[in-house]
Design a protein around this ligand. Structure first.
Ligand code: NAG
Ligand code: NAG
Ligand code: NAG
Length: 252
């Protein structure tokens, strides 16, 4: 039997058809998977520049801050040290968060304790729990980023090349935007005294120790003046509180 001879034109057509099918498969069926947000490292230090972009309406404190974020999942704790623009460098606002849900907000004069049952933000808080929509690749600050929306609550930018967080914008009325200026994996604040809530966070315990009436009055006065000042403490903590609310909404 003589071998079948394919006319050259038919061969060319068959070849083109095969090529077209392969291309369609590559673009149609085999899209590269959408990137997923990286987990946060268990331990890191990040320096954040914060801008309350809706400052005049939503807040009374200064709109620009620098925060040192010490995330320490391995010890189930998280610390924000917040400094307003040109504020005294030696009296930052502390936000110490424990996984048992207790959070201490304090500076040298005042303190406030809040309960967040969700505990410390999980390393997988962004990707886990759903509600994550990939928005695409955008540049911010000259850095090529993958960008996601989480629950219509925050827009999160992550460096394509390294997976490091670059920026996040809260979509609520505060309009808070935080920019990651440095990101050091494995770095924590070893000095335990920095994590320890000061005595004025425990006025009841202090009052118990001293039963004299006069001391109690002084104590009451101190608590009152602390509360007068609390507004200021509160105001610096919007971003930290929003992240906790987000963690709560994502319901791990
Ligand atoms: C802070 O945000 C406001 C409002 O978007 C903007 O006008 C201002 O330039 C920002 N400031 C800095 C230092 O980024
Ligand atoms: C949670 O842990 C912190 C730090 O150990 C502690 O100060 C706080 O009292 C604890 N809160 C509760 C509700 O146990
Ligand atoms: C800014 O804050 C005001 C007052 O809280 C609010 O009514 C307004 O919607 C906010 N603006 C944006 C863009 O969210």
């Amino acid at each position: 039997m003589a071998p079948t001879r394919w006319p050259p034109l038919l061969l060319l057509l068959l070849f083109l058809l095969a090529a077209a099918t392969a291309t369609a498969t590559a673009t149609g069926n085999a899209l590269p998977p959408e990137p997923k947000p990286a987990r946060w490292p268990d331990v890191f230090h990040a320096r954040l520049f914060t801008n309350l972009t809706n400052h005049s309406a939503a807040s009374t404190g200064p709109p620009l801050r620098v925060a040192d974020l010490y995330y320490d999942w391995s010890r189930r704790r998280n610390l924000n040290l917040i400094r307003y623009q040109l504020a005294a460098a030696d009296d930052p606002l502390y936000d110490v968060e424990w996984d048992n849900g207790t959070t201490f907000y304090f500076d040298s004069r005042s303190c406030r304790t809040e309960r967040f049952p969700v505990g410390v933000l999980r390393p997988g808080w962004l990707a886990d729990g759903g509600g994550v929509v990939y928005l695409g690749r955008w540049r911010t600050g000259g850095i090529e980023c993958d960008v996601w929306d989480k629950l219509g609550f925050v827009v999160y930018y992550q460096e394509v090349a390294t997976g490091r967080p670059v920026r996040w914008n809260f979509l609520d009325k505060t309009g808070i935007q935080q920019f990651v200026m440095s990101f050091e994996v494995g770095v924590t604040l070893e000095d335990d005294s920095q994590w320890q809530a000061p005595a004025h966070c425990f006025p009841a315990a202090a009052a118990d120790e001293d039963e004299e009436e006069e001391e109690d009055e002084e104590q009451d006065e101190m608590i009152k003046s602390s509360y007068d000042h609390i507004e200021g403490v509160d105001d610096g903590l919007d971003a930290a509180r929003l992240l906790r609310m987000l963690a709560g909404a994502a319901a791990f």
